[in-house]
Design a protein around this ligand. Structure first.
Ligand code: APR
Ligand code: ZN
Length: 365
């Protein structure tokens, strides 16, 4: 079928919104009509050439829609199901899937820029187009592996559901699944974009006492207050580590980094109290490294852990987050600063780059 999609041909060039061809779903695949997609920083990393992805590619990995058609052998989803896209579609059989860590699935050997069988469903004039994260949802329709389309309750609004697919799961999950924040703990969140704001609300859901939001932009810190931050630190006005350490009398129990920069990852480690845990969510440019004083590890018993996609079990956690939203326990409406049409996606990314928004979404009509 012919669909409209946003294609990246070269890093540091605008996305091209154009008509491309999308094949029918093959074995174990699902065709989804997109309702909404989130404008996330991860696609921006690809647009800026910080992460490699074979190009051309249709970007977008945070989305929700309605199943239009299923391929042979699909048993878990049906046409008409409302789904949140899971950008870590998994095999269900490898060690990591079996032990309950599906986001670490390594059972599929083909690149994540196509479907499980190693081919793509997107083409233009006979040339192949790759799929960002096997999701490619900056498009009116997409074909994804069955495990990448997770059904949710039909009363969950899809324009809100799309953000559960990345920002909400990644941020809330970093606090609840990866860090397992204890009630009464003190927490710092460095970076209050779409992901960090959700780490703030994940800390609040976990019953944290002080939640210190750190950003360089005051508008982001104000959003953080709305999401449950008790203290705001503008890292542009002096040493954030010293301020957090002083405010908490020795450092926080958990520091969550949601930017993806070596310097702020080091800050997260340094603002933890003795025995504290630094949780690294932000995804740095591919070749960056961090420096940590080696002796400080045994001396402080601090730990540093990565958190990918909020250590999600998507088939359990995505519907659960939808329930929390529907029960009034999770803020998503407040996260959506703007809504754009697919044609205006480059403007949406300019606004993200300029730090103007908490999150914006693309809505397909
Ligand atoms: N100190 C503190 N805050 C900073 C700094 C800094 N040195 N530099 C940038 N920030 C803040 C920005 O002001 C912004 O509010 O970090 C925030 C980043 O937010 P977004 O650009 O909205 O990014 P988001 O989509 O939340 O993703 C954050 O998580 O999943 C990953 O790939 C994603 O690496 C990205 C990170
Ligand atoms: Zn994302």
């Amino acid at each position: 079928m012919e669909i409209k999609a946003a294609v990246l041909y070269e890093p540091n060039r605008p996305l091209v919104v154009e008509t491309v061809q999308l094949d029918d779903p093959s074995d174990g695949e699902v065709l989804v009509r997109m309702a909404a997609a989130g404008v996330c920083h991860s696609d921006y990393h690809v647009m800026k050439g910080e992460w490699s992805l074979p190009l051309p590619a249709v970007l977008g990995h945070e989305g929700a829609g309605i199943v239009e058609k299923v391929g042979p052998g699909v048993g878990r989803v049906r046409p008409g199901d409302h789904v949140i896209l899971n950008f870590r579609a998994n095999c269900g059989r490898c060690h990591h899937c079996v032990v309950g860590r599906p986001v670490l699935c390594d059972g599929i050997e083909t690149p994540r820029s196509g479907l499980f069988d190693g081919t793509v469903r997107l083409h233009r004039d006979g040339n192949d187009i790759n799929h960002m994260a096997r999701t490619a949802c900056f498009a009116e329709y997409t074909v994804v592996p069955e495990s990448g389309a997770v059904p949710v309750r039909q009363d969950m609004p899809l324009d809100k559901a799309c953000l559960i697919g990345c920002a909400v799961m990644t941020g809330v999950g970093a606090a609840t699944n990866t860090a397992r924040i204890q009630p009464g703990a003190n927490v710092a969140v460095i970076g209050c974009g779409g992901v960090g704001l959700n780490a703030v609300q994940g800390a609040a859901l976990s019953g944290a006492d002080r939640i210190i939001a750190v950003d360089v932009l005051d508008n982001k810190l104000e959003y953080a207050r709305q999401f449950g931050a008790t203290d705001l630190v503008n890292a542009g006005n002096g040493d954030a580590v010293a301020r957090v350490t002083q405010m908490t009398g020795g450092g926080v129990d958990y520091a969550i980094e949601a930017i993806g920069r070596s310097s702020t990852i080091q800050q997260a480690y340094e603002m933890c109290r003795l025995g504290g845990l630094a949780v690294i969510v932000g995804m740095a440019p591919e070749h960056d490294t961090i420096e940590i004083n080696a002796l400080s590890l045994p001396r402080t018993e601090r730990a540093i852990v990565g958190s990918y996609y909020g250590s999600a079990r998507p088939w359990v956690d995505l519907p659960k987050l939808a329930d929390l939203y529907m029960n009034g326990r999770l803020m998503i409406d407040e996260l959506i600063s703007r809504s754009y049409k697919l044609e205006d996606i480059n403007t949406a990314y300019d606004a993200l780059g300029a730090g103007e928004v908490a999150r914006s979404i693309i809505e397909f009509s």
